[in-house]
Design a protein around this ligand. Structure first.
Ligand SMILES: CC(=O)N[C@H]1[C@@H](OP(=O)(O)OP(=O)(O)OC[C@H]2O[C@@H](n3ccc(=O)[nH]c3=O)[C@H](O)[C@@H]2O)O[C@H](CO)[C@@H](O)[C@@H]1O[C@H](C)C(=O)N[C@@H](C)C(=O)N[C@H](CCC(=O)O)C(=O)O
Ligand SMILES: Nc1ncnc2c1ncn2[C@@H]1O[C@H](COP(=O)(O)OP(=O)(O)OP(=O)(O)O)[C@@H](O)[C@H]1O
Ligand SMILES: N[C@H](CCC[C@H](N)C(=O)O)C(=O)O
Ligand SMILES: [Mg+2]
Length: 495
């Protein structure tokens, strides 16, 4: 593609230099630039990409996209907003890949990964060639790729979608984070179905208030359904959790048809007769395409919500309800989500990814429903993230546990001890007994202490890191997998 063709995608852009210059690829990281690439100078939160234009040029960049003219002898496309330009140019360069397949996006504070996994299973079982993009991994066409975050930058997203389309993917199901919406990472991606799981506190370091956080998520629904692409001819659906009060706000914003799911409120897809055991969850579901009973192998009422969202999305793809039931009942669980660690011990050890107050409360409620003995909770909070959730999570851990081991999650650049103190402030708020919690910064030691305290029938919940196989301390990435550490400790425990 020529730079002048890309330039024509942005009405107010100004092109300096040779318009016939060929672009072989696009990069926003100077370290990845190869000869012939277009380099986009992104002003980031930490550094300004314009500073790396010389490095990009040295690596053979054929042209630049920037917000100000640089003293570099290369064709330059000057735009007002490089981030916006990146979403438009990437979409054009990769040939609008979201128009070549069906797109289902899932947003919400908790449950995105789980819901996408459930939809992927149902559609795949139904014979639809499905792609997945999210926190744990990207996978399609029999391959898996490591994810660098929950939702990719627009450039990488369009690259992935194009690759999916070329490999015959018919439907892509992906997580859409609030960061992604706020930063325009999914601008230009044409969704058929936008799903909302729930809105509870997280990321206030970034969004500042719950109103701003909700508004960021709202972008997903306000952009949906305004135009029906003549070449795609598909209807648009906003699938909303009727039991969450933010649903009404999103419903008012969208031009798409609103379909609801829920348990407590009237909804198009509604669950009843829920019963939860340590092995799974039973419920009856009444839908606009019939009713049935479902026995999930995943525990917790929250997983009923995730299943309802998946059922609704699948019904909209015309998958018969009985097929959906069979697929859902076959899912053993999602990596690192209420995952049992079994090394032959006579107490339960569960690893879960709860890293928000609501997530922790939900998983602890589920655990309390089936625990035959004590509930022993090991958890911490990530550094360089919302600090205000720390005391809330401390309070919740104390409320539902017999003993809490406050430890480190990914401290990142923060002092681990200060994070623990923030958690302790909430934990002691309601006057817990001094001997019902311990502060152990070393995560392995905390897991060891919890497992050593366990008796038959007890549950040890290790929350916060789920599928993660590392721990970020300072700038250093250490190997750390809660499941492997727990297994190791159980096997080595002296009885
Ligand atoms: C706050 C945030 O979203 N930050 C993202 C942002 O980082 P940044 O703005 O600081 O980037 P930067 O380091 O200033 O770099 C600016 C530009 O210079 C370029 N650069 C930099 C160095 C160099 O040598 N050469 C060069 O060209 C960079 O490639 C970039 O284009 O752009 C980076 C590159 O795309 C992202 O990796 C980074 O995500 C960081 C790692 C992050 O932690 N993001 C989290 C908060 C996030 O987005 N999370 C959500 C999930 C949340 C949830 O589900 O709970 C997600 O969707 O992943
Ligand atoms: N529907 C739900 N409502 C509340 N909590 C949930 C729900 N689903 C899962 N959880 C809890 O949240 C944790 C994370 O779940 P999941 O990974 O599916 O969410 P996510 O939205 O993808 O998270 P992330 O924002 O990190 O991508 C789970 O381990 C569980 O404890
Ligand atoms: N997507 C979330 C994941 C948090 C996981 C937790 N282990 C942490 O590191 O804080 C975030 O980036 O805030
Ligand atoms: Mg996720």
């Amino acid at each position: 593609m020529k730079i002048k063709e890309l330039s024509s995608c942005l009405a107010a852009s100004r092109l300096y230099g040779e318009g016939e210059t060929e672009i072989s690829d696009i990069q926003a990281d100077s370290r990845k630039v190869k000869p012939g690439d277009l380099f986009i100078c992104l002003p980031g939160f930490t550094v300004d990409g314009h500073e790396f234009a010389p490095q990009a040029a040295a690596n053979g960049a054929s042209a630049l996209v920037c917000e100000r003219k640089l003293d570099i002898d290369l064709p330059q496309l000057i735009v007002d907003d490089c981030r916006f330009a990146m979403s438009v140019l990437s979409n054009a360069f990769f040939g609008s890949p979201s128009n070549r397949m069906k797109m289902i996006g899932v947003t919400g504070t908790n449950g995105k990964t789980t819901t996408t996994y459930l939809i992927e299973r149902i559609l795949t079982d139904h014979g639809v060639k499905t792609g997945l993009i999210g926190t744990i991994q990207l996978r399609y066409d029999g391959q898996t790729y490591t994810a660098s975050g929950t939702t990719q930058e627009s450039l990488e997203l369009q690259r992935t979608l194009n690759d999916m389309a070329l490999k015959g993917v018919e439907c892509c199901v992906m997580e859409v984070s609030s960061h992604a919406l706020h930063q325009g990472r999914v601008k230009g991606t044409d969704y058929r179905t936008a799903i909302f799981t729930n809105l509870t506190q997280d990321h206030l370091d970034y969004h500042h208030t719950m109103e701003e956080y909700r508004a960021a998520k709202g972008l997903f629904f306000s952009r949906l359904g305004n135009v029906i692409s003549p070449w795609k001819e598909e209807r648009k659906y906003a699938v909303l959790n009727a039991d969450d009060e933010a649903a009404a706000y999103f419903a008012a914003q969208t031009a798409a048809e609103v379909i609801t799911y829920g348990i407590d409120s009237k909804a198009n897809v509604r669950a009843s007769q829920i019963s939860i055991t340590s092995k799974g969850t039973f419920f009856h579901v009444d839908t606009f395409k019939g009713e049935t009973d479902i026995s999930l192998r995943m525990v917790g009422k929250f997983n009923v919500y995730n299943a309802l969202a998946a059922i609704t999305a699948a019904l909209l793809e015309d998958v018969p309800l009985e097929e959906i039931k069979t697929s859902l009942e076959s899912v053993a669980g999602v990596d690192g989500r209420v995952e049992s660690v079994d090394a032959g011990q006579d107490y339960a050890v569960i690893v879960d990814y709860a890293h928000t107050p609501d997530g922790l409360e939900n998983v602890l409620r589920a655990v309390c429903e089936f625990a035959g003995g004590k509930v022993l909770t090991v958890f911490g909070c990530g550094g360089d993230r919302d600090k205000t959730k720390r005391p809330l999570m401390g309070k919740i851990a104390a409320k539902y546990s017999d003993h809490v081991f406050v430890t480190s999650d990914n401290p990142r650049t923060e002092d681990p001890l200060l994070i623990l103190q923030d958690i302790e402030a909430g934990l002691t708020e309601d006057g817990v007994e001094q001997d019902s919690y311990e502060m152990i910064p070393d995560r392995r030691e905390a897991i060891t202490k919890a497992i050593e305290m366990a008796s038959p029938g007890d549950v040890v919940l290790i929350a916060g890191k789920g599928h993660e196989t590392y721990q970020l301390i300072g700038g250093v990435v250490h190997d750390f997998d809660d499941r492997l550490v727990a297994k190791d400790v159980i096997r080595g425990r002296s009885y």
